[in-house]
Each structure stands twice: as C-alpha cells, then as structure tokens.
Design a protein around this ligand. Structure first.
Ligand code: GTP
Ligand code: MG
Length: 360
C-alpha cells in the first residue's frame, strides 16, 4: 500500500506495517497531495526506486502478474498508478494489470476530472484495466464513504474468484482448471474490462447430503427418501450453471457497459465439486457467452471451493463501448474548459499597460 498521507496508511487493518509505504515526505510532509494528481504522479516518479525495492523484497519470483488497485478520483492513487504501471512493465516480464475505481459524480467535478486524466493514461500503460464504478454500486441516498465497506466486499467477491483461479484449492482440483495463462490471454487485448458475478441462492439438497450436512437438513423436516429424489441430474446441474453465468453477465457489472462489445471473455465457476459439471455447465455457458459478445475467444473453467454455494464470474475483456467512460470524459472536458475560462477572467482584471509589474 502506497500513499502520501500518513493517516491513510495508519487507518489500514489488513496490511502489515512493512507493506505500508509513505512517499513524498519531503514535499507534503505526510499530509497527502490533496486531490492533486499531477503532484501524485511526480512524487511517485521521484520515489519509484524505493517503491520497486519494497515490491522486490516482497518476492516476485512466483507471481503471474501485477495488479495495481487505486481510486482514480483522488491525488496519490490517481497520479501514481500510471507511473507505477510504466515502471513495473519496464522492469518485470509479467503483465501489469490495474483495477481502477471510478468516483461517483457527487464527489465533485475535480474527482471526475482526475479520474478521466488518470484513466486515459493508465489504459495505455497497463496491460489491461479492470474498472469498478462507485457510482453504479452505491445506493441512492447513501454516501460514498458510508458505502466503502459494502462496495469493497463486492470488489473482493469478484476479483477474489478471478485472482484465485488456477491456484491449488483445499477442495480439490477443478475438472477444467483455468491456468493463469488463460487469464493472461483473455486480457491480451488491453483496454478496459468489466466483471460480472452471480451466486446461487442456496445449495442443492443433493450436495448438502453428500457433504455431510444431511443430518441438519433432515431435521429440517424431509425424510431420507425425499432427499434422494432431489438428487440433481447432470442436466439440472448444467442448467443451474448456465443460469448463473447468464445472471452474472446480464446483471450489474463492475463497470456498466455494453457486453456485446467485449472482445474476449472468461467464465469461472467456483463452488463445491459435487455441483460442478464441466461438460454440461461450463462448456454450454461458454458457447452462450460467445454468442453474445463481439469476439469469439471465450475461455473458462471451474474452481472447487469449500463454500456451499456456486458462484459464477464472467470477465468481459476489452470492452468496445461504455457510456459511463464517455460521460466521464465529457465532464473532464467541460471542467478543463471552465478552469481555462476562469483563469482568463482572473488575468483580464490586470490587463493593460498602465501599471508596471513589480519585477519581471
Ligand atoms: N470503492 C471504494 N472506493 C474508495 C475507497 N477509498 C477511496 N475510494 C475512492 O477512490 C477515490 C480516491 O480516494 P482517496 O482516498 O482520496 O485517494 P488517494 O489516492 O488517497 O488521494 P489523495 O488523498 O488525494 O492523495 C475517491 O473517488 C474515493 O471515493 C474504498 O475503500 N472503496
Ligand atoms: Mg488519501
């Protein structure tokens, strides 16, 4: 975790002290850059060696990729992320991805302006940029700050499944393991990507019984024979997975966008092994996704978890059109024009040659 504000770093619960990096001390004295992303970028560039050193000491030999996470509306993360992406790419061979958080309009025009500037630089530096839009996810009447915890849970739910894919699971090995190279190939087109997610309501009865939850379930009122009749056929299992994948793709995405413009996609199904049906579920879901996006490359697989629910994650990679980004760029353009106009007004008050300036 990198920041220019000491208080931001002190407020963290889950990041070890040695992984909290305070930069810009000589410039802003630990007080942050105050939403000035040009200063954020400059400080990051000036101190890039010490940031890289800390990353290096953390060990980079067995990583598959870098992921830079930042809110793009402020100063430090907004300015620093594109700089960090550029240097990580310069130094390492692994791909560098970004997860950029877009500000809600109510955070003010400066935040939108910063985000637009940061993002247009970031997409060119990072190998792919995942977008999470705070404004699409916060509820009406709720403050952005008040929603952080809930929004962060939503972020972790989605990207947790994605970034864990291919790792060894305690619950066993997937029937169709998604290797890190599949993720890398999905993201190869660059640009921006959006992620969909859905989770099953409840576990099917058959699985509960197989996993030894049968006792509790039976106490709930059903007789053993009735449970046996509930055992799902392969057909049902795949229908359930297809249903989840559809919900994931058609539901609220991390960045609202037109999924039909995605160049590539990745389908991940995570859940108890008994629920999985690779041939039926994942394969059919993949063809359904393929019919609905612009490109033809759809990868996918399953990932066994110890959870009793089945989750589907759909990565819509390299999105061709997202109205939200157009809107953000529009706000940024207007903001810039207004800033120029007000500067002109200010200096016009002192126009004229009658009075000489104190010094040139
Ligand atoms: N979803 C989510 N968004 C966050 C969180 N923290 C900050 N943001 C958003 O990220 C953007 C920047 O937040 P800041 O905390 O000001 O970022 P910073 O990089 O510290 O910027 P400076 O304080 O100006 O240096 C804003 O749009 C915030 O709403 C968080 O925990 N979750
Ligand atoms: Mg801050």
């Amino acid at each position: 975790m990198v920041n220019t504000a000491r208080t931001d770093l002190m407020g963290l619960d889950n990041i070890e002290l040695k992984d909290r990096i305070l930069i810009g001390q000589t410039v802003v004295k630990g007080h942050g850059v105050g939403t000035d992303n040009v200063t954020g970028a400059k400080i990051t560039a000036d101190e890039i060696d010490s940031i890289i050193n800390i990353i290096d000491n953390r060990g980079t030999h067995d990583i598959d990729a870098f992921v830079i996470c930042a809110g793009l509306g402020g100063g430090t993360g907004s300015g620093g992320s594109p700089v960090l992406a550029r240097h990580l790419k310069r130094i390492y061979r692994e791909p560098v991805y970004a997860l950029g958080i877009l500000p809600a309009p109510e955070e003010g025009r400066l935040y939108s302006y910063n985000a637009a500037r940061s993002l247009s630089t970031l997409v060119n530096e990072a190998d792919n940029t995942f977008i999470f839009d705070n404004s699409a996810w916060k509820n009406e009447g709720e403050s952005v700050r008040g929603a952080y915890q809930r929004l962060n849970d939503e972020i972790v739910r989605r990207f947790g499944v994605l970034f864990r894919a291919g790792e060894v699971s305690k619950a066993g090995i997937g029937e169709m393991v998604v290797d890190s190279s599949e993720i890398i190939n999905t993201l190869r087109g660059g640009g921006m990507s959006s992620v969909g997610y859905a989770i099953s309501e409840t576990v099917s009865k058959s699985t509960r019984q197989k996993q030894g939850f049968g006792g509790g379930f039976l106490r709930g009122g059903l007789k053993k024979r009735e449970v046996a009749e509930e055992v799902l056929t392969g057909e049902d299992k795949s229908a359930k997975i297809i249903g989840l994948v559809r919900r994931a793709m058609l539901g609220r995405l991390t960045m609202p966008c037109d999924y039909t413009t995605a160049e590539r996609a990745l389908v991940l199904v995570a859940g108890p092994p008994g629920e999985m049906d690779r041939k039926g579920g994942v394969e059919k879901s993949k063809s359904w996704v393929e019919e609905n996006i612009a490109g033809v490359e759809v990868r996918g697989g399953d990932y066994p978890t110890e959870s009793s629910k089945v989750a589907a994650v759909v990565v819509l990679a390299t999105i061709g059109d997202a109205p939200r980004i157009r809107e953000l760029m529009e706000i940024a353009k207007e903001t810039k024009e207004d800033v120029v106009k007000s500067k002109e007004r200010r200096s016009s008050m002192f126009d004229g040659d009658e009075i000489d300036p104190l010094f040139e």
